[in-house]
Design a protein around this ligand. Structure first.
Ligand code: DQA
Length: 393
């Protein structure tokens, strides 16, 4: 794969300019770091270019046509003003990920307008310079395995990505729910690498997007209720009725807040008129936020848990810890050194699940919060082995 890292106006001032917004990494360091991340992800060919001039950026985009396989593009303030850059991205037909270091959705209102976004394959913002790594990862994942995008509702976020194995169907399926403390700037792309890994192992994979807490170009009068678990439940129903999917052989796994959403979605499905879906073969919580009242009390995610819960009619109803027993076998995985969600959440949940008669396995390992998202990491491969075995049996 060949990738171009393109930076627009004022990004040459990184490290000097508003470090409280953009951090202390300089442009040189950012490019060096992105090359290292790309190399780790198997991308050896990385070109880079920065300019303060719109015309030069246009020329560089044109030159990239047919020369690279993907572009990571931070257009700086031209994001908010340049139809010409939109048209260039569209014209060259090279998958382009729009990246912003800062959280453009929660700054001045004019930064929420992106003219280039409709021409890009994905937009990543609010994740600091690490956003460049996620952008490369997204480009690698989307070129590694074909994706079918399926809508399950009218909301802009009501869709899911399906990856089918390279064999005749119908296929057993794993639904993978991403985390990110329910915040809008964490999206489906975080679980794409492990989705590709599962597809390579011969099972279908579905990654639902869902409504998240935050502004994301919504109107001011949108209700402040974010029934994300119901979105996930709708997505699951859509997956299980997909032509190429064997709805009787499925499992669901969620990472971090996605663990809570996966379990709450299952709970909602099993309590809506009953029997609409077959029980999953396995439910997996990966570093899951499995106790919502506790997450609020512990202020997990720097206030994120409180913000999510504030929009819910009944938080206890979507708190896995408070909805036991679960009518499916459960795998609870957590890293002992997890700085984001303490391992005690999973330990307490697994013990309480066992007490209510749930068939539960705990995989408490050394490690932090993000290992489960890395296909090569033993924390993930142990989980993947169990997921695949459960839907194959
Ligand atoms: C930026 C956000 C833009 O609004 C701003 O004009 C920039 C940088 C970012 O990386 O956060 O120059 O693209």
């Amino acid at each position: 794969m060949r990738i171009l890292v393109l930076n627009g106006p004022n990004l040459n001032l990184l490290g000097v300019r508003a470090p409280e917004v953009y951090g202390s990494t300089t442009l040189d360091d950012l490019v060096t770091q992105t090359r290292a991340w790309a190399a780790e992800l198997g991308v050896a060919h990385v070109e880079d270019f920065q300019s303060n001039h719109e015309g030069q950026l246009l020329d560089r985009l044109h030159a990239a046509r047919g020369q690279v396989d993907g572009i990571v593009f931070n257009p700086g303030a031209f994001t908010h003003s340049s139809y010409a850059l939109h048209d260039a991205i569209e014209a060259i037909e090279v998958p382009t990920v729009e990246v912003h270091i800062s959280n453009v959705e929660e700054r001045e209102p004019w930064r929420r307008i992106s003219l280039v976004r409709p021409a890009c394959v994905h937009t990543i913002y609010g994740r600091g310079v690490e956003g460049y790594r996620w952008a490369v990862r997204h480009l690698v994942s989307r070129s590694a395995w074909p994706v079918e995008r399926v809508r399950y509702g009218d909301d802009p976020d009501a869709w899911l990505d399906v990856r089918l194995p390279d064999a005749p169907g119908p296929h057993p399926v794993v639904v993978l729910v991403h985390g990110g403390f329910w915040r809008h700037y964490w999206t489906f792309d975080t679980v794409e690498s492990i989705a590709v890994d599962l597809a390579r192992r011969g099972v279908a994979v579905a990654v639902p997007e869902y409504r998240r807490v935050g502004p994301v170009s919504r109107s001011e009068d949108d209700p402040p209720v974010w029934d994300a678990h119901l979105d996930v439940a709708r997505a699951v129903s859509a997956v299980l009725s997909h032509d190429e999917i064997d709805g009787g052989r499925w499992a669901i796994a969620g990472h971090s807040a996605g663990g809570q959403l996966a379990i709450a979605a299952l709970d909602a499905l099993q309590h809506s008129d009953g029997g609409e879906v077959e029980p999953p073969r396995l439910v997996v919580s990966l570093a899951g936020v499995v106790d919502l009242p506790r997450a609020v009390e512990d202020d997990l995610g720097g206030g994120a848990a409180g913000r999510y819960v504030a929009g819910l009619a009944d938080p206890v109803r979507v708190s896995p810890m408070h909805r036991l027993p679960l009518t499916a076998p459960l795998l609870v995985a957590h890293g002992r050194q997890d700085p984001s969600v303490p391992v005690a959440y999973s330990e307490a949940y697994a013990a309480a699940a066992a007490d209510t008669g749930v068939d539960v396995e705990s995989l408490i390992t050394d490690g932090g919060h993000f290992e489960y998202l890395e296909p090569e990491d033993p924390a993930w491969t142990a989980v993947a082995d169990r997921l695949v075995a459960s839907v194959r049996s």
